[in-house]
Design a protein around this ligand. Structure first.
Ligand code: PEP
Ligand code: MG
Length: 884
C-alpha cells in the first residue's frame, strides 16, 4: 500500500483532489508545491495509515517505515541537510491534518531531529547557538508533552523558576548558555517524572511522534469537536512531516498569517499579521502584539510598528503575488500561513478562509465579476441558513454577552424588551410604545395578539414546531422555545433561572439565532440587504426550477414575504384569522351554538371579516397563486380553558358559566392532534366550510375587479385520509363557487381544489385521491408526526436525548426524514401523477424552509416549496443549489 505522498521542489504526489486521503493541509501543501510555490519539502502519511493504526491496536503498517525513509531522503536531498546527524541537521515538523479543519484539537511537534549532537551542529550551521538551544528546549517541551505525556505546565514551571533565578522577565533575555541549562533541567525533569530518558535517537523520536499524532485523533477534545461539528469519527487524520523553516533566525526572519481578503467585510485587500523573529506558535500564543502585513492595515489599526510591506518589501511583494495566484487557482479567498527565513519566503499552509455571511456574499459576487468563478459556483458558496444573519437584526458581535439561559433557536434574529407574562400586558405595553418580550410556559392561539405586539418570544416548553415556534417564524419575530433551565412563576410574575430572578418589566434580550437569553438591552446591528445580496439572489432565481412560496396568514406576512421574493402563498392557515381582535367572540358564539341555525347566525358575522382578509391577501398576491386552507384545528382550541377564563368569557357572552363549562368538557379530546380537526370538522359542520368558501370566492371576485389580475386560487382541504372525505368537501366548495358566480355575474371563477398529504393513508392512496384532488401539498409536520407516531408538541422532551445518544441524527421535525417520511412523499408523488400527470405538487410543512429537505423536494421534482416569510430567501438559494 502507498502510505506516503511526497511534495517539494516544484512537484508533488497527489493534490487538492486527494483531500480525503491526504487531509486538508497535506492536499494543499501538495497543490502549492505543484504550482511551484516555495513550500518546504515534506511528506504526508495518509488517513488510511491512521485508520490502519487504529484497526491494529495502534500499530503502524510494517511497510510504512521504508516509505517514510525514502521520503526523508528526498527531503535531505532537496534541503542539502541530513536527518539526525551531520554538519547540517534536518529538522522536521510533524503535524496532524484531517479532511476537515479541526483547529488546535490535535497535536503538533516542531523542531524534531534535535539531540545533544545535532543541536551543536545546528548552532554552528546557523551561526546562532542561542537559536539552536532555544529550538532544542522547545522541541523537548513539545515532545515531552505530546509524546511522553508530561504536562506542559511542568516545563513552564521549570522555565519560570530559572528565569526568576537569573533575574529575567522575558524568554528573549536568555542567552545560549542559559537555554542550554534549561535543556538539561528539562531532561532532568523528564527522568524524574517518568523514569525514562528523553530519546536521543531521532528516528525513534519520529516514529513515536507519528504514533502520538495519529493517537490525538481520538483525544477527548478532538472527539467532542467532531461531535459538535458533525465530522465523522471514522475519517482519521493524515500526518504531515515537513522540513522546518525558521522565522526566529533574527530580524530578517518572521512568521505570519493572512487572509487574502478581509474575512469580516469581504473587501478585496490582504488582511493579516506577522511577528519578526518568531516561530509560528508565538503568533497564536498572543504574547507579543503582531504587526500589520500592509501599510493600509497598519494605518487602519493606528499602530506605530512598521508593516511587513515596509520592513521586508521583497518578501512582501512575493507574498502578495502568491496570494493572488492562490486565489486565482482555488477560486476562493484563502487563509494562509507563511514564514520568512533570513529574507526567504516559505508558504506553510493554505485553505479556504472562514468568513462572515456578509463577507461571503461580497467575495462570491466579486469573484464572479473578476471572472474567477461562475454564478453557479458563487451560489454554491453561500450556506443558505446563514442568510438569516443578513435578514434580521443581530447582536453586535463586539459586545459581551451575559447569558441567562438558552433553549431552541426557533425563530432567528434578536430583540430586547421588558419582560411581560401575558398577551394582554404585551398589547398594553405596545400601545404605550414600550418594547416587550413575551415570556410564557408555552403559547396558544389565544396569545396571538400578544405575540404580534411583542418584540420577541420566549417559552420554557415546546419544540421547533410548537405553536410559539411556528407562529413566531411566520411573523418574523425572534423566538426561543423550550428554555428548560428557566421557570416561569406566573402568579408572582417572575422568570427564575439558575442564580437569578427577573421581575416583570426588567429588560432582557432574546437571540433567536443562537437560542440564548441575555441580560439587559443589548446593542444590535440592523440588517442591510446590500447590492451583493440582491445580485446573488437574482442569479439564484434564474437557476432554480422550483417556485418558492410562503406560508402567510396575514397581509403583514404576505407583504414581508413578497419583499423577500415569495412567488405566491403555499399555505394560509385560516384558523389564525379567527383569533384576531373581536373575532374570537364570534367564533365562540358559533362553537357554542345549540344548532345549525345558531351556527349559521354566527358564521354570517364571520363571513365579512374573512372576506376582507382574503381580499387584502389576494390583492397583495395579485397574479400569483394563493392556497387557502380550510379550518384545521379542533374547536376547543377557541374556547377558554381555566376556571377564571370560563367565568370571564361566560359573563361576556351573557351565558351560564356552568353551561360554558359543560360545552368545553363536551369538546374535550384526549388526543386533539388526532381528533376532530381538519376536514373532519367540515364534514361534521359543512356550514363552516361553506362560509369559508363563500368568503374566498367573493374575495377573489372583489380582488380581481380591483387589480385586474386575478389570483390563481387554490382551495386546500386539510387532514384528508380518504378520497370520500375530499369528495364531500369538494362538492360543498363547488356548489358555493357556482352560487357565487351566479350572484356576482362572473361567468366563472377559476380555482383548484386540492388536499394536503399529511397522513400516511393519504400518501398510500394518492392515486385514488388524485382522482379528485387537483394539487397535493405535503404537510410534512403532520406527516412526520403520524409516520413516526411522535407528537409534534411533545417531541422536544426526548428528541435531544435521541440525538445525543446517536439514535437519530437530525430532528425529523426540522430536517425531513428521507428514509421514512421521504419514501411516503416519493410514493405519493408517483402515484398521484400516474392518475393526474399535471398534478401540482408542493410542500408547506416547516421542512419547506430547510435546505436539505429542499434538495429532496427537487429530487422528487415538486413544483414548489412554501415556507415562512423570513425563510423565503434561504429557500430561493437552497432551491437554486439543489438545481445545480
Ligand atoms: C403540516 O402539517 O405540515 C402543515 C403544514 O399543517 P399544520 O402545521 O398547520 O398542521
Ligand atoms: Mg397539518
Amino acid at each position: 500500500t502507498k502510505w506516503v505522498y511526497r511534495f517539494g521542489d516544484g512537484a508533488a504526489e497527489g493534490g487538492v483532489a486527494d483531500v480525503a486521503l491526504l487531509g486538508g493541509k497535506g492536499a494543499n501543501l501538495a497543490e502549492m508545491a505543484s504550482l511551484g510555490l516555495p513550500v518546504p519539502p515534506g511528506m504526508t502519511i495518509t488517513t488510511e495509515a491512521c485508520l490502519f493504526f487504529f484497526s491494529k491496536g495502534k500499530a503502524l503498517p510494517h511497510d510504512l517505515q521504508g516509505q517514510v525513509l525514502l521520503a526523508l531522503s528526498d527531503m535531505e536531498r532537496i534541503t542539502g541537510r541530513t536527518f539526525g546527524q551531520g554538519a547540517r541537521p534536518l529538522l522536521v515538523s510533524v503535524r496532524s491534518g484531517a479532511r476537515a479543519s479541526m483547529p488546535g484539537m490535535m497535536d503538533t511537534v516542531l523542531n524534531l531531529g534535535l539531540n545533544d549532537q545535532t543541536v551543536q551542529a545546528l548552532g554552528h550551521d546557523s551561526g546562532d547557538a542561542r537559536f539552536a538551544w532555544d529550538s532544542y528546549r522547545r522541541f523537548i517541551q513539545m515532545y515531552g508533552d505530546v509524546v511522553m505525556g508530561l504536562d506542559h505546565e511542568v516545563f513552564e514551571e521549570v522555565l519560570e523558576d530559572e528565569k526568576a533565578r537569573l533575574g529575567h522577565d522575558y524568554d528573549t533575555e536568555l542567552s545560549a548558555v542559559e537555554w542550554q541549562h534549561v535543556v538539561s533541567l528539562y531532561k532532568q525533569v523528564i527522568e524524574e517524572e517518568l523514569g525514562e530518558a528523553f530519546p536521543q535517537d531521532c528516528h525513534l523520536q519520529l516514529w513515536n511522534t507519528i504514533k502520538a499524532v495519529f493517537s490525538s485523533w481520538t483525544n477527548t477534545r478532538a472527539v467532542t469537536y467532531r461531535t459538535l461539528h458533525k465530522i465523522p469519527h471514522d475519517w482519521g487524520t493524515a500526518v504531515n512531516v515537513q522540513a522546518m523553516v525558521f522565522g526566529n533566525l533574527g530580524s530578517t526572519s518572521a512568521t505570519g498569517v493572512a487572509f487574502t481578503r478581509n474575512p469580516s467585510t469581504g473587501e478585496n485587500s490582504l488582511y493579516g499579521e506577522f511577528l519578526v523573529n518568531a516561530q509560528g506558535e508565538d503568533v497564536v500564543a498572543g504574547i507579543r502584539t503582531p504587526q500589520s502585513l500592509t501599510e493600509e492595515g497598519r494605518l487602519a489599526s493606528g499602530s506605530e510598528k512598521p508593516s511587513m510591506e515596509k520592513l521586508m518589501p521583497e518578501a512582501f511583494a512575493e507574498f502578495r503575488d502568491i496570494c493572488h495566484r492562490l486565489e486565482a487557482h482555488y477560486g476562493d479567498m484563502q487563509d494562509v500561513e507563511f514564514t520568512v527565513e533570513r529574507g526567504k519566503l516559505w508558504m506553510l499552509q493554505t485553505r479556504s478562509g472562514k468568513r462572515t455571511t456578509r463577507a461571503a456574499m461580497k467575495i462570491a459576487v466579486d469573484l464572479v465579476d473578476e471572472g474567477v468563478i461562475t454564478r453557479e459556483q458563487a451560489i454554491c458558496r453561500i450556506d443558505p441558513p446563514s442568510l438569516d444573519q443578513l435578514l434580521h437584526p443581530t447582536i453586535d458581535p463586539r459586545v459581551e454577552r451575559v447569558v441567562l439561559g438558552s433553549g431552541l433557536p426557533a425563530s432567528p434574529g434578536a430583540a430586547s424588551g421588558e419582560i411581560v407574562f401575558t398577551a394582554e400586558d404585551a398589547v398594553d405595553a405596545e400601545a404605550e410604545g414600550r418594547k416587550v418580550v413575551l415570556v410564557r410556559i408555552e403559547t396558544s392561539p389565544e396569545d396571538i395578539h400578544g405575540m404580534h405586539a411583542a418584540e420577541a418570544i420566549l417559552t420554557t416548553r415546546g419544540g421547533m414546531t410548537s405553536h410559539a415556534a411556528v407562529v413566531a417564524r411566520g411573523m418574523g419575530i425572534p423566538c426561543v422555545v423550550g428554555a428548560g433551565g428557566l421557570r416561569v412563576d406566573l402568579r408572582n410574575e417572575l422568570l427564575i433561572g439558575p442564580g437569578f430572578t427577573l421581575k416583570k418589566g426588567e429588560m432582557i434580550t432574546v437571540d433567536g439565532s443562537s437560542g440564548q437569553l441575555l441580560k439587559g438591552d443589548v446593542p444590535m446591528i440592523q440588517p442591510e440587504l446590500s447590492g451583493d445580496f440582491g445580485r446573488l439572489m437574482a442569479w439564484a432565481d434564474e437557476i432554480r426550477r422550483m417556485t418558492v412560496r410562503t406560508n402567510a396568514d396575514t397581509p403583514q406576512d404576505a407583504r414581508a414575504a413578497r419583499s423577500y421574493g415569495a412567488e405566491g402563498i403555499g399555505l394560509c392557515r385560516t384558523e389564525h384569522m379567527f383569533f384576531e381582535g373581536g373575532r374570537i367572540h364570534v367564533m365562540r358564539e358559533m362553537i357554542l351554538a345549540e344548532d345549525e341555525a345558531g351556527r349559521r347566525a354566527a358564521l354570517d358575522k364571520l363571513l365579512p371579516m374573512q372576506r376582507s382578509d382574503f381580499t387584502e391577501l389576494f390583492t397583495i398576491m395579485s397574479g400569483l397563486p394563493v392556497t387557502i386552507r380550510l379550518l384545521d384545528p379542533p374547536l376547543h382550541e377557541f374556547l377558554p380553558k381555566s376556571a377564571e377564563e370560563i367565568i370571564e368569557v361566560a359573563a361576556a357572552m351573557d351565558m351560564e358559566p356552568a353551561l360554558l363549562s359543560r360545552r368545553v368538557e363536551a369538546l374535550h379530546e384526549f388526543n386533539p392532534m388526532l381528533g376532530h380537526r381538519g376536514c373532519r370538522l367540515a364534514i361534521s359542520y359543512p356550514e363552516i366550510a361553506e362560509v369559508q368558501a363563500r368568503a374566498i370566492f367573493e374575495a377573489a371576485a372583489a380582488a380581481a375587479r380591483e387589480t385586474g389580475a386575478p389570483v390563481e386560487l387554490e382551495i386546500m382541504v386539510p387532514l384528508v385520509g380518504l378520497r370520500s372525505e375530499l369528495d364531500y368537501v369538494k362538492a360543498c366548495i363547488d356548489q358555493v363557487a357556482a352560487d357565487v358566480s351566479k350572484e356576482t355575474g362572473l361567468l366563472q371563477i377559476g380555482y383548484l381544489v386540492g388536499t394536503m398529504i399529511e397522513l400516511p393513508r393519504a400518501a398510500l392512496r394518492a392515486h385514488v385521491i388524485a382522482e379528485t384532488a387537483e394539487f397535493f401539498s405535503f404537510g410534512t409536520n403532520d406527516l412526520t408526526q403520524t409516520t413516526f407516531g411522535i407528537s409534534r408538541d411533545d417531541a422536544a422532551s426526548f428528541i435531544p436525548t435521541y440525538q445525543r445518544k446517536g439514535i437519530i441524527e437530525q430532528d425529523p421535525f426540522i430536517s425531513l426524514d428521507f428514509d421514512g417520511v421521504g419514501e411516503l412523499i416519493g410514493l405519493a408523488a408517483e402515484r398521484g401523477r400516474k392518475t393526474r400527470p399535471d398534478l401540482k405538487l408542493g410542500i408547506c410543512g416547516e421542512h419547506g424552509g430547510d435546505p436539505a429537505s429542499i434538495r429532496f423536494c427537487e429530487q422528487m421534482r415538486l413544483d414548489y416549496v412554501s415556507c415562512s416569510p423570513f425563510r423565503v430567501p434561504i429557500a430561493r438559494l437552497a432551491a437554486a443549489q439543489a438545481a445545480i
